[in-house]
Structure formats: C-alpha cells, structure tokens
Design a protein around this ligand. Structure first.
Ligand code: COA
Length: 420
C-alpha cells in the first residue's frame, strides 16, 4: 500500500504517545518479555515510521522487560526448495556456491517487515546465530534469549523460542494472524518423531565461507490459523485490541505452544487411508465440483447447466478412476489421477470443509505425488481456479508453479518431477 493510500485511510496520525497507549491497553506492561510479529501498513500512518513502534515497545516494557522479534533470512537457504518464486535449475548450484555467509551484523531480515528490520539495527539489539531462523532481542534478558540457537530444530527448545517458553513470554501479533505465530513451530519439534529434511545455508566455518547441509523439520504453518481459532474458543487469555488501525492479539507463548502440541498429537493419530470410489461417490464429487464452480467461476459467462451436466456424465463413466480420502475411516475428500504421455493430471482434488486447515490436503497431495513418482512420470499438472487461493497455496507449497492462465478464471499449475 502506498504511503498516500495509508494517509487517506488514517483519521489522526499515530504518534509515540498513541502507540504506547494502545500497547498498554493490550495489557503490555513494565517487565514483560514479548515476542512481536508485525505489519506496519496495518497500523495507519505513523509519525516517525517504524522507529516509533520499536521505541514505543521498548518504552512500555521498560528496562526490566525484553522485546524479541524474528530476524529470519529465508534467502540463505537451499534454492531447490524455493517456490515463491522458484529459480531455474541451472541457477541453483551457482547460488549455493556464491550465497554470502550469514552474518549476525550484516545479513538483513527477509519478509519480517520494516519494524523487525528497524529493531535489528536498533542500538543494543543482539541477534542469535542461525543462518535462516535468527531472532533479535533487546532488554533485560536479551543475551540469554539469543545465546543458544541449534542448527537442527531451529524453531525448537534449543533456540530463542525455547528460552522464551522457559521465561513465560507473551506473543504480540500486531496486524498479523496465527500463520505468523512462529512459536507454534516449537510444538512441531515436540510431537512424535518429526520427519527431518535436508536444509542448506552459507555460514562462516573456521573463518571461511562454506555452504553447509543440516537436517531440520519441513516446518508447516498450514493449520496455525485453525489452531489459533480453536485456542481462542477454549482459552480466555487472549487480549484483543488495536495498535492504531491494526487488529492485535496478545497471548501467552507457553499456552499456545502446549495447545498446538496437543492438537498436532491428536491430528497425528488421525491416519489417512485411500479407497477406490464407487457409484455412491458420484454425488459427493459432483457437489464439491458445483460448490467450487459457484464460488470461483463467473457463472454468467459460462454455459452453467451444460458444464454441470458434462461433469455428471463424465463422473458416471470415470468414477472408478477416482479415489476417496478417508480419515480414521471417515470420508474427507477425493482425488483422481489421469495419465497420458508421461504426464499426469491431478483432478477432482477436494477436501471437505470441516477437514480443511489441518494439514490433510498436503498429506493427500503428497500421496498423489508418491503414486505419480512410482509410475516414472516426468510432469504433473492440475487446473486450478485463479481465485481459489487456498488451492494455489497448497500446490505452490508442494512445488507446483503457475504455467499458464486459461481465460479469466483458471490456470494450469504444474511440477516437474525430480528423480534422484
Ligand atoms: C510480510 C509483512 C511484513 C508485510 O507487512 P507490510 O505491512 O506490508 O510491510 P511492512 O511491515 O514492512 O511495512 C511496510 C509498509 O508500511 C507502510 N508505511 C510506510 N510508511 C509508513 C508510515 N509512516 N506509517 C505507516 N505505514 C507506513 C507502507 O505501506 C510500506 O509498504 P512498502 O514498503 O511496500 O511501501 C507482514 O504481512 C508479515 O507477515 N509480518 C510478520 C512477519 C513475521 O513475523 N514472520 C514470522 C515468521 S512466519
């Protein structure tokens, strides 16, 4: 949003005084230890820009308090895993060879926002030593918080987040939602036996810049919004309020981590299974298809009845190619895989509403990709509605990219399958 648009939307300028008042109204006080995730543009126009917010936060918690912010550096990672956007395959090796090493003093934050970047540069701020997931801290407990940061389980108990857990910190979500509530990842490190993947970063090793490989969890925040909503229903310790025009929440870090852990444990015990469809499933898939069409298609511009009839007939003849997704025996969705010339299309991919936001769609899509890989197929694609942001995000997370737009409302997303 341009500054001009922000000025137009702001009734009165936010100042250091109004921001401090708003933070105090959110329950923040002298001595608090607060992990802050923020979006500046949501606040409205601020006199003094992001420095005002940093100053106000430090003033409210005072000399006995501590402010912490993420200082993540997502650019210093293995380019094979990049999807927003991906880079050509031929670039990846040169990127690994030349990526500047992580430097506590010099590497800027990436995607953390102006407030976090300003905080990183603020006098007295210290930073932890992780090439991808560092945190910055300022105030009484700053050194204890940043001193230990393991390469593996970077968002686990041996990281600044673990220290914040021990110190009973608060979390301030300033204009952002639970999907940015990084501490919830701690729970992922505590549940069962987490799947580790290979990660890489450039670091300084014994005085030399080196690209190092290490294991960590493929952290996933897909269900954090849902977990947050459930948490709010069951706990009454979330304080809602505003900083300027930004919706804010303050919550207890330990409580949300424990709640997330319980949720994930329960979810992990829910196993997905798959079964061939039969004629009884035709109506369910048809309903899911119609629902998406009504939501995302410009129904005035298409031959609506004709499209629905075509789907009905098509399903009738191809239902045995469709698969039903079951969770502990209960139907939760569908998919089908059509193959032609070493290419596979994923079609009829639906997860019913009550099972969305729980990571099941990703599990089911990965299952589809496993099936496709067993067939030695080189390319997989799917037709997606351009307004179906959830589906686009899901496919992107699994390595698909938008290849082509079809008319105003659809696009083709595809993924090249890599065989090692
Ligand atoms: C990505 C994210 C930072 C984007 O938020 P944002 O508000 O668009 O961006 P910033 O916080 O950097 O603020 C910059 C914007 O503030 C606005 N701005 C500029 N001057 C301003 C002023 N004086 N007063 C108020 N707003 C101003 C502008 O719109 C500016 O955007 P521009 O740089 O494109 O011109 C945010 O959505 C987010 O995810 N924050 C949480 C990050 C996090 O903690 N992640 C943890 C790991 S998941």
């Amino acid at each position: 949003m341009s500054e001009f648009d922000i000025i137009k939307k702001t009734k009165f300028p936010n100042t250091i005084h109004t921001i401090k008042r708003d933070l105090i109204n959110l329950g923040l006080k002298e001595g608090d230890i607060v992990l802050v995730h923020s979006s500046m543009s949501k606040i409205g126009w601020v006199c003094g820009d992001e420095l005002t917010i940093v100053q106000a936060l430090l003033d409210v918690v005072g000399q006995n308090g501590t402010i912490v912010m993420p200082a993540h550096t997502g650019g210093n990672t293995n380019p094979d895993s990049w999807s927003h956007p991906p880079v050509p395959e031929t670039w990846r090796e040169p990127i690994r060879r030349t990526m500047p090493e992580y430097s506590i003093n010099n590497t800027p934050t990436r995607g953390m926002g102006k407030i976090a970047e300003c905080f990183r540069n603020y006098e007295g701020t210290v930073r932890s030593n992780h090439p991808q997931f560092s945190f910055c801290a300022n105030g009484r407990y700053k050194n204890e918080i940043v001193e230990k940061h393991d390469l593996t389980y970077a968002l686990g108990m041996n990281s600044p987040l673990g220290k914040l857990f021990e110190l009973n910190a608060k979390v301030l979500l300033l204009g952002v939602g639970y999907s940015n509530c990084t501490c919830m990842h701690v729970a992922e490190t505590l549940v069962g036996k987490p799947n580790l993947v290979k990660k890489g970063s450039a670091i300084n090793l014994n005085g030399n810049r080196e690209w190092v490989w290490y294991d960590d969890i493929d952290y996933n925040s897909d269900c954090f919004d849902e977990i947050g909503m459930l948490y709010e229903k069951k706990h009454n310790d979330v304080v809602y309020g505003h900083v300027g025009g930004a919706n804010c929440r303050v919550l207890n870090l330990k409580n949300i981590v424990n709640f997330t852990k319980d949720f994930l444990e329960e979810n992990n015990n829910l196993n997905l299974s798959y079964k061939k469809c039969d004629t009884e499933d035709e109506l369910y898939i048809y309903k899911e298809f119609k629902n998406k069409l009504d939501l995302y298609e410009d129904v005035q511009k298409i031959e609506y009845e004709k499209v629905l009839n075509w789907k009905k007939e098509n399903l009738h003849s191809e239902i045995s190619d469709c698969t039903k997704i079951l969770c502990n025996g209960k139907y939760i969705g569908y998919f089908s895989i059509n193959e032609e010339n070493k290419k596979a299309e994923i079609d009829n991919f639906f997860i019913s509403e009550e099972y969305q936001n729980r990571g099941f769609a990703r599990k089911a899509l990965n299952h589809c990709l496993d099936i496709i890989m067993q067939k030695n197929i080189s390319m997989v694609y799917s037709y997606v509605f351009t307004k179906d942001e959830r589906q686009i995000e899901l496919y992107t997370k699994c390595g698909f990219v938008v290849r082509e737009f079809i008319g105003d409302n659809r696009c083709v997303m595809s993924k090249k399958i890599q065989y090692n």
